[in-house]
Design a binder for this molecule. Sequence first.
Ligand SMILES: *[C@@H]1O[C@H](CO)[C@@H](O)[C@H](O)[C@H]1NC(C)=O
Ligand SMILES: *[C@@H]1O[C@H](CO)[C@@H](O)[C@H](O)[C@H]1NC(C)=O
Ligand SMILES: *[C@@H]1O[C@H](CO)[C@@H](O)[C@H](O)[C@H]1NC(C)=O
Length: 191
Amino acid sequence: MAKQNVLVIMMMMMVVVMLPLTQSFKLKAGNWGASFDGENNKETVTNLQFYFHDTLSGRNPSAVRVAQPEDKNKSLLTQFGTIMMADDPLTETSDPKSEMVGRAQGLYGSSCQQEIGLLMAMSYSFTDGPYNRSSFSLIGKNAAMNPIREMPVVGGTGLFRMARGYAIAKTHWFDPTTGDAIVGYNVTLIH
Ligand SMILES: *[C@@H]1O[C@H](CO)[C@@H](O)[C@H](O)[C@H]1NC(C)=O
Ligand SMILES: *[C@@H]1O[C@H](CO)[C@@H](O)[C@H](O)[C@H]1NC(C)=O
Ligand SMILES: *[C@@H]1O[C@H](CO)[C@@H](O)[C@H](O)[C@H]1NC(C)=O
């Protein structure tokens, strides 16, 4: 009996200690997503961390070339003018076999003549936890050769309706011969 009482007291203490930490979360999805009250309590801040798998090689590429310039010689290094359509899985960790949390679908095209740079115009829609069926739209320059880059989030649907924010993308793995890449995303949304 005494042992049981000690256990009960310890469990109550744990609940009391843990409450202030969990209370501030409005929503939580695995280890990849959390929403909490913004500064004025009228808005919600959501932080999403996931990995983007862009596969150009193999029998089932997730990104395909849909347009390219007539004279490819002029843009050999920068691929200027090439446009890709992608439907890329988003996962919780960098392991492609880890839990899928959504998909990034849309276009990216080489928009820079002096450097390797992409214009991204993509919809990131989620399928996991409370964020299931919500999406955000990202449009902006992706200086893909920089180890870390920032891109603007310009809107959203579902829970992310009226969202604004930014995505920090960090290349986790890149194969220069195929162009295949795994990119870590850290997204902050206000909605
Ligand atoms: C591109 O370069 C190759 C090799 O230098 C050449 O044979 C070809 O004619 C060039 N193509 C155009 C469209 O200029
Ligand atoms: C997400 O929503 C779809 C459509 O309503 C549903 O079929 C699916 O089971 C949901 N997935 C999760 C992980 O809740
Ligand atoms: C994402 O950003 C948050 C806040 O700056 C940071 O704590 C976290 O470590 C970052 N996660 C990744 C995967 O970079």
